[in-house]
Design a protein around this ligand. Structure first.
Ligand code: ZN
Length: 80
């Protein structure tokens, strides 16, 4: 199981083959994990990945456990 490498930031193009883009907005995108990639925080496979370059983000009830990952420019939210 490949773990997302975020040591130098997250680049979706490195994982394009296994992450399906569900939604894209100004500064954010939501991706579905089609390849069983592992979460960089906990090591378990995640379901969805939200990537944001915005300074603030608001969420509804995630309804499931989630992990947060921070890079220099992005916030990653991974739901399990
Ligand atoms: Zn996790």
């Amino acid at each position: 199981m490949d773990r997302l490498d975020v040591s130098d930031g997250f680049d979706v193009h490195d994982y394009r083959h296994g992450l399906k883009l569900l939604k894209q907005d100004r500064g954010t995108m939501t991706l579905e994990n089609r390849q069983g990639f592992a979460c960089p925080a906990c090591g378990d496979a995640f379901e969805r990945l939200f990537v944001s370059e915005n300074r603030t983000n608001t969420f509804g009830n995630p309804g499931s456990p989630f992990c947060l990952v921070r890079t220099d420019d992005q916030l990653l939210v991974l739901t399990h």
